[in-house]
Design a protein around this ligand. Structure first.
Ligand code: HEC
Ligand code: HEC
Ligand code: HEC
Ligand code: HEC
Length: 218
């Protein structure tokens, strides 16, 4: 996976892992991420964005107000606490922002014209086993079958048809649940990251939600 290669390069070159407590000096204890300029540059590069993607607010002098909260700052902190700090690659290598992001802030597949046929039926899995697996997805995200599948004209589910959510789910199976484990070596399931919701990142918060501040990420 290209992302892993880039990830390794970043580990070798930078070796950052965002531990605020690894940096003595001024009061960094309130930070989750290492906020030194070099590390912020690496984060921006991992996501392929400018500083202002996350640091939206400006000071009176027109410079970014780095301390002000934003949805994307909040999201970045969630990623650090809930993904980077809790999970690792199955092969034991470290999980960093670039492992998943690989230079893009949005990288999940969304283009259904590029969907491949489902692999489950071809794999010889019985209908019963497939449905059992699907029930696990359904419960972890608290959605109905037709969140990921469309219904035909007869009203019956047509699970072979590609959809955006099916594509995203397939990506999570191939890249997340198959390739990641928790830091103590336990299996990663849909429910490890999804708290009973399909969408859960702070980036979706309504405008007013910003006031909760970046410290509020669980
Ligand atoms: C992906 C989002 C993201 C990007 C891109 C980003 N930052 Fe940050 N930045 C954060 C978050 C989140 C914090 C707060 C970290 C914490 O408190 O643990 C932060 C904190 C900071 C701080 C410290 C503010 C304080 O509270 O003392 C500075 C300075 C900073 N960033 C500069 C930059 C610069 C310069 C860039 C571009 C090179 C940049 N950041 C790009 C998310 C980002
Ligand atoms: C285990 C994989 C994984 C890791 C590791 C990870 N992220 Fe993410 N991140 C995601 C997924 C999935 C999304 C949603 C992407 C999409 O919509 O295409 C996302 C979205 C984001 C967003 C919202 C971007 C936008 O423009 O919508 C930010 C900000 C972000 N991540 C920051 C970070 C930072 C900073 C790190 C490292 C501390 C990090 N992520 C590590 C999986 C990961
Ligand atoms: C979170 C998304 C999601 C939900 C919810 C979901 N599915 Fe699926 N379903 C998928 C994905 C992804 C595949 C293809 C997996 C693959 O190719 O490895 C699939 C494949 C299938 C298949 C095999 C179809 C084929 O052509 O391979 C059946 C049958 C199916 N789902 C039925 C269901 C039923 C019934 C439910 C509700 C209990 C359900 N699904 C809920 C994502 C979902
Ligand atoms: C390593 C963490 C992680 C794991 C494991 C994981 N997901 Fe996700 N998933 C995410 C993130 C992050 C997002 C983006 C959520 C957001 O936008 O709020 C996401 C989004 C999705 C979406 C799109 C939701 C939407 O409305 O846009 C689907 C569908 C999905 N996941 C299905 C699954 C399924 C099925 C599994 C188990 C096979 C799974 N995920 C496992 C992190 C994960």
């Amino acid at each position: 996976m290209q992302a892993i290669v880039l990830g390794l390069v970043i580990v070798l070159v930078g070796g950052w892992n965002g531990r605020a407590d690894a940096h003595e000096g001024h009061d960094d204890s309130k930070h989750v991420l290492n906020v030194e300029q070099d590390n912020m540059k690496k984060i921006a590069k991992s996501l392929g964005v400018q500083c202002t993607h996350c640091h939206i607010e400006k000071r009176a002098n027109g410079k970014p107000d780095f301390e002000a909260p934003s949805h994307f700052k909040h999201t970045a902190i969630h990623m650090k606490l809930d993904l980077v700090d809790k999970l690792k690659m199955k092969d034991g290598s470290e999980l960093i922002c670039a492992t998943c992001h690989n230079g893009a802030h949005q990288f999940l597949p969304r283009d259904v014209s590029k969907a491949e046929p489902s692999a489950l039926v071809a794999s010889g899995m019985s209908r019963r086993e497939i449905i059992q697996k699907m029930q696990i997805f359904r419960k972890a995200l608290d959605v109905k079958c037709d969140f990921c599948h469309v219904r035909g004209e007869d009203g019956r589910l047509d699970p072979a048809q590609p959809t955006k959510h099916k594509l995203m789910a397939k990506y999570m199976i191939d890249n997340f649940t198959s390739k990641l484990v928790t830091k103590d070596g336990k299996e990663v399931t849909c429910g490890t990251c999804h708290p009973g919701k399909a969408e859960f990142l702070p980036r979706h918060m309504a405008e007013g939600g910003e006031g909760e501040g970046e410290g509020g990420a669980e």
